[in-house]
Design a protein around this ligand. Structure first.
Ligand SMILES: [Zn+2]
Ligand SMILES: [Zn+2]
Length: 443
């Protein structure tokens, strides 16, 4: 029965016993699509907070001379293996890596810093003479265990400064972070700072750690047993309580810093004092990535439980050089937007919408033109193309919490004067479109 004149849909929906197999299959597997585990939609109603956050971040960073730098979402895998560090948890366990149709290994960026470093080298931004202060906001990807407030596609705000060796810039960005968190209404914060040393002084510390970890090896979790041999510093990042307990007995980096690192750390603290930023030195703050040198810091808040950092960062003086680029130092931080928003107190200003109520077809055309005129002057207008009566229009405007209703009917068009109702006060004013615009602008 291939000449059945009915559409496949009709056939599938009928009681006919003659059914094209393909249409039956299509119906049988019609499961509505769902977002991938670990991702989330940001819907209207919530997105206004994100927009306010982004706008506050942008204006704050620009005040400190930062400019936006947008890099691609995916990069060659080796960029992160080299930049983020082959032994870091991010690279060993959490990367979204895939082979594209050209046979290249690509990775959805798990963090932003290696991308900026690549962009600087590629465009030789270091030769341009402009300050190398960059910020960025957008999604990052890590195949982490999804749980409340933790996503596989999450969002970060990132800032980086290049070519400034001075500890003053580390202090300046920590102060900038506080300025932003203050505007976001994040309270109960504490700033932790540390120095993780440099290539001159860290090997001796790593050796001491390896020795200390070796003595307690059997008591460490399997993960840390492996780290004890490869990168013992990483043991400080372990969340297993037994490991944390043992890590508390390990030697402290502070006792191993070379003269230059010791000096840099001392200066950092005096600049933080000068900027009025309170802080606590945490000698076990090593951060989860391999590339840090000298300064590391975190801002934590008491409102966040165990995962209490809203922001973390530090200095990475060797990354550019390690990529085969110029010997340009870097420092910066990243903040998790989901996490910050969960403790922020942002109240975006409510929208002032004008609802346009038209009666009849002629008024619809005139209304469209009026809406164009008002929008052209910055008034937010909503027109819904449902032929409603006046009562239904007002009911809808109320439901939408519109600030104003503009009434357009045959009489109004003839007179060239329209009715504008202030929904809060109930006051109604008549006027030409210019008079009404003047009034709306005053509001
Ligand atoms: Zn050093
Ligand atoms: Zn462990």
């Amino acid at each position: 029965m291939t000449d059945d004149p009915r559409s496949p849909k009709e056939i599938a929906g009928s009681h006919s016993t003659v059914v094209k197999p393909s249409s039956l299959d299509a119906k049988a597997i019609l499961i509505p699509p769902q977002a991938i585990k670990g991702t989330h939609d940001i819907l209207p109603g919530e997105v206004e907070k994100w927009q306010a956050f982004e706008s506050l971040a942008r204006t704050t960073f620009e005040l400190y001379g930062f400019r936006e730098l947008r890099a691609p979402v995916f990069e060659p895998t080796e960029l992160f293996e080299k930049g983020t560090g082959a032994t870091s948890d991010v690279v060993t366990k959490e990367m979204y890596t895939f082979t594209d149709k050209g046979g290249r290994s690509l990775t959805l960026r798990p963090e932003y810093t290696p991308s900026v470093v690549r962009a600087i080298i590629e465009h030789r931004l270091d030769l341009e003479g402009a300050p190398m202060r960059y910020y960025y906001m957008g999604p990052m990807f890590r195949y982490d265990k999804p749980q409340k407030g933790r996503y596989r596609q999450f969002h970060q705000i990132d800032i980086e400064v290049f070519g400034e060796k001075d500890a003053a810039v580390d202090a300046e960005i920590i102060e900038m972070a506080h300025a932003l968190l203050g505007k976001l209404g994040v309270t109960g914060t504490e700033t932790l700072v540390n120095s993780v040393g440099c290539r001159a002084c860290r090997p001796a510390y790593s050796a001491a750690l390896r020795e200390a970890a070796g003595k307690r090896r059997a008591e460490l979790c399997p993960d840390c047993q492996r780290k004890a041999g490869t990168n013992p510093l990483r043991i400080f990042d372990c969340k297993v309580e037994a490991c944390r307990e043992i890590a508390r007995t390990f030697p402290l980096i502070t006792d191993f810093l070379c003269e230059e690192c010791r000096e840099h750390f001392a200066r950092l603290r005096t600049y933080l004092d000068a900027l009025g930023v309170a802080y606590r030195v945490d000698p076990r703050l090593v951060r989860g990535l391999d590339y840090y040198t000298k300064t590391t810091f975190e801002i934590v808040t008491s409102h966040l439980g165990a995962q209490n950092a809203v922001l973390g960062g530090g200095r990475y003086d060797d990354m550019m050089k390690d990529f085969g680029g110029p010997d340009v130092c870097g420092t910066g931080f990243a903040m998790g937007m989901e996490r910050v928003l969960s403790v922020a107190a942002i109240a975006p200003a409510p929208k002032k919408t004008l609802y346009l109520a038209y009666l009849g077809d002629e008024a619809k055309r005139a209304g469209l033109e009026l809406a164009r005129f008002l929008r052209g002057s910055g008034v937010e207008c909503l027109v819904e193309y449902k032929d409603r009566g006046m009562k239904a229009h007002f009911g809808r405007a109320n439901k939408l919490q519109a600030a104003w209703v503009l009434i357009v009917g045959e009489n109004e068009i003839k007179a060239g004067r329209f009715g504008l109702k202030d929904m809060a006060s109930g006051r109604q004013i008549d006027g030409t479109r210019e008079e009404l615009l003047a009034l709306l602008r005053k509001d």
